[in-house]
Design a protein around this ligand. Sequence first.
Ligand code: AMP
Length: 356
Amino acid sequence: MTNPLPTGATIGILGGGQLGRMLSVAAARLGLRTHIYEPGSNPPAADVANAVTTAGYDDTAALTAFAQSVDLVTYEFENIPTETLDIIEEITPIHPNRHALGTSQDRLVEKEFLESIGLKVAPYADITDAASLEAALAQIGTPAILKTRRFGYDGKGQSRLTSPDDAATAIADMAGAPAVLEGFISFSKEISIIAARNPQGDIACFDPGENVHRDGILHTTTVPATIPASLRTDAVLLAAKILNALDYVGVMGVELFVTPQGLIVNEIAPRVHNSGHWTQNACAVDQFEQHIRAIAGWPLGDGSRYADVVMENLIGDDVNAIPALAKEANCAVHLYGKVETKAGRKMGHVNRIKRA
Ligand code: AMP
């Protein structure tokens, strides 16, 4: 290992949601500490972290103290303001790097990057106003999806167009935010691959999972995905290409559409990913430990899987099924400690092991 973080070192995590919580647990298993920075009160990660700062992303004094108290910083979500990163990076390293984060924060920049390294993306156009949307629709056609360039998640900030008549509504939905128009891909499946790279340049991928969404939110990930072996290889190769091109350190989620023309990249997430939660119960080193290993300069787990598995998200009232789920054989329950159940809120997930 080249300069791995020593036992007792502290990793700062921007964001205190469930991903930060599961990263903190993984760090603790490797003898490392975590310090969570989160504007909201009672974040899920606070229960399992060594320290928590409750302050806004524009609070220079709090960010400075946070950065000084840790050995490196990582993040569990991508919508972090540039100014926040500027303050932190003066003091301590950030993994994955700024360039990777900046690329994934903006759908237009992301698509241009992916194309520049030879990967396929949906047909797209930069949309700034009604006129550019009209021109783009003439070229790309319908159905299509207008998406805000920034701050979209779980299908939010998106407007579907079934005909050019929907243009005015779609533009209004963007509320003045810069957007991209994407041609609608008629995919047979959605899959994702969780990949990791460490500072030495080693890369390890988990098997691609097959994703089903409900109301724009991930519902299940099934592993293995029912795709030909050649596409599994393609997914690994394209993920490695992305990580190398970004000089990436950490775990990344790559969402893909399966089409007769091969794999099309939907989006990349520069962090651990909901569709990688299955690794917690089907791999010796899961995505959370893999991320900590990568940023801490440890050797990576090899990504191999010792069971088939289906991950199911518990959204809102789904969590009421816990008493029954807890009785199921080979069903691992993961709860995020969120006291208040709200519609659409990710409360936990289960991993059902299909083959021991
Ligand atoms: P996104 O937030 O970009 O991941 O989009 C959320 C979901 O909308 C995806 O998981 C797909 O099911 C669907 N979707 C997004 N973009 C497209 C597209 N260009 N063509 C078809 N379906 C899409």
